[in-house]
Write a protein that binds this ligand. Structure first.
Ligand code: G4P
Length: 530
């Protein structure tokens, strides 16, 4: 296949949601419509239930399942759709943020009763930062929820993005009759059905004809006409360019569990969503059409089988064509590697591939050479930007409980942090290791994995830091003053960058005020901006 043809065909995206909004259900239904699975229920629920914070079997299971379902690819309407899975549990949010660097667009699932929730806002912030095009799917319309106009206002306000409905619900809960497809001007009548795909789409040539009254009843028809008029009055016409630049989010309504509204979503998605887009590197912007291969690692899964220390590095292809058994340049290590068994993922099947194109995600077996953010090229010395570390929210000091096993502990914590399970900051004197995560669960995972995979035992001692801020400046003198004044709060990240561990927002503000020439960054993205 030619590169241009392959690029045009691909649609690589992620589904994000606050836990329980219906991400797993929608993913499954998209696979069902895409023909990648035959019956509902085939995709395992890949989330750790809230109650299971200590259930390590669940964690192990989650790791296994999330590799199998890390990328789900299927063909639909002449396009190759690649869905990148993101962990549902909020303690794995950092993993989700990184996965978002590998997608070209996003579908955000909202529960119509809960509206915008905490995790929704955080995920959206990452999308906004990267100007990722977002489509919103308002789910669970078979239940009573917020009024649709109120919900749209809430989306605009809390997510700081303009919205544009492309379908519109007729009633909700017990009165839910279906959705009107504004984009295609037809109507899909609701039938509760959890396993079958509904295809009863009635075309309506004129919304004012009595046809509509016959289909949904007089009162709902009148209400729909009035609401559609309001929509046209209030919202600008859908403009694909504004969607592609991340300014406007088209909104769809449906009920994923009932397979409802999903086809409209998918049909429109493949028409409006972007084909693979390029990525900025430290030297230039790399277009997908660039003839030379390049890609970056955004996720690593290690030690799936504790007996074999195998790791899989997930590589997003940015440009050119990746070929099996071909030497590529690992830019950070300045070394050439070839890959005899690159893997692609089709729903739950893994298979070895010979070639892959921009937008594709492949798994590379790795013996410890990759870190998150690594770039592979055909020889060019450039690194992709924008795989930031975010400031963790919980900090604990790692203490070794078995001095005989300090080597194992050192190796284990290095590998786990390479994998992105947590971030590590080293404080002097004494090489003290402060581990930072976004969730408490991570510490349990780390302690468990250090013990089972590396034979090391440790303890975590809570630290009351509130943020880790990367420091940059053009005034080395002021930096030195700061480092001396704040010794107890200074650490280095794994790339030797200085980090200020601030105990409270107030102390951070004070530092910003007292040292005006220093910039305190809450993500490590700046490293790649220079
Ligand atoms: P998540 O991945 O975003 O965390 O959510 P998930 O799909 O697991 O869905 C969370 C719950 O919401 C599930 O119920 C699911 O069945 C339900 N759900 C999803 N879509 C709809 C919908 O359109 N309408 C209604 N009424 N419910 C929906 P659960 O009780 O947690 O699990 P289960 O036993 O039903 O699987």
């Amino acid at each position: 296949m030619k590169n241009a043809e392959a690029i045009e065909k691909r649609r690589t995206f992620g589904i994000i949601a606050h836990p329980d909004a219906g991400k797993t259900t929608l993913t499954e239904k998209l696979l069902l419509f895409g023909g990648a699975i035959q019956t509902a229920g085939a995709v395992k629920n890949n989330k750790i239930k809230k109650s299971a914070t200590s259930d390590f079997m669940e964690i192990e299971k989650q790791r296994g399942i999330s590799v199998a379902t890390s990328v789900m690819a299927f063909e639909y309407g002449g396009k190759q759709v690649n869905i990148l899975d993101t962990p549902g549990h909020k303690d794995f949010a950092e993993d989700t943020y990184r996965t978002l660097t590998a997608v070209d667009s996003v579908i955000l699932v909202i529960d119509c009763a809960n509206g915008v929730e905490e995790q929704t806002e955080k995920l959206m912030e990452v999308c906004r930062m990267r100007k990722t095009p977002v489509i919103i799917f308002v789910n669970k319309m078979d239940r009573e929820g917020k009024d649709s106009f109120t919900l749209l206002d809430e989306l605009e306000e809390k997510l700081d993005i303009k919205v544009r409905p492309l379908t519109w619900p007729i009633g909700m809960g017990d009165r839910f009759k279906g959705v009107y497809n504004i984009y295609d001007e037809n109507i899909n009548l609701f039938q509760a059905n959890k396993t079958k795909i509904s295809t009863d789409i009635a075309s309506i040539s004129d919304i004012n004809s009595t046809e509509l009254d016959e289909l949904v009843g007089e009162a709902p028809a009148a209400e729909l006409r009035e609401e559609l008029e309001m929509i046209e009055g209030v919202y600008d016409a859908f403009d694909r360019d504004r969607y592609l630049s991340g300014e406007v989010a088209p909104v769809f309504f449906g009920s994923a569990v009932n397979n409802f509204g999903v086809k409209e979503l998918l049909d429109t998605f493949i028409r409006i969503s972007p084909s693979p887009i390029g990525r900025e590197s430290d030297t230039r912007f790399i277009e997908p059409s660039d003839s030379k291969f390049s890609g970056f690692v955004f996720k690593i899964h290690a030690n799936l089988d504790p007996k074999h220390r195998d790791r899989i590095a997930f590589l997003r292809i940015v440009s050119g064509k990746f070929e099996r058994n071909t030497f590529y340049q690992h830019v950070r290590l300045d070394k050439k590697f070839k890959f005899p068994n690159p893997t692609s993922f089709m729903a739950q099947d893994k298979s070895v591939i010979d070639e892959a194109f921009p937008g594709d995600v492949i798994g590379l077996y790795d013996t410890g050479n990759f870190k998150i953010g690594d770039t592979l090229t055909e020889g060019e010395k450039m690194m992709f930007k924008g795989i930031p570390s975010f400031s963790p929210e919980i900090f604990q000091e790692l203490e070794n409980l078995d001095p005989m096993k300090s080597k194992q502990l050192e190796k284990g914590i290095r590998q786990l942090t390479d994998e992105g399970v947590a971030q590590m900051f080293v404080q002097q004197p004494g090489n003290r290791k402060i581990v930072g995560t976004v969730g408490q669960l991570q510490f349990e995972v780390i302690a468990h994995r250090l013990e089972h995979e590396y034979g090391a035992s440790c303890r975590f001692v809570p630290k009351n830091y509130f943020k880790a801020c990367w420091i940059t400046t053009e005034n080395p003198e002021q930096l030195n003053q700061f480092l001396q004044a704040k010794t107890g709060n200074i650490a280095k990240d794994k790339d030797d960058n200085f980090v200020f561990l601030a105990e409270t927002p107030f102390l951070l503000q004070m530092a910003e005020r007292d040292y005006p020439d220093l910039t305190f960054h809450k993500t490590s993205e700046f490293k790649l901006e220079v």
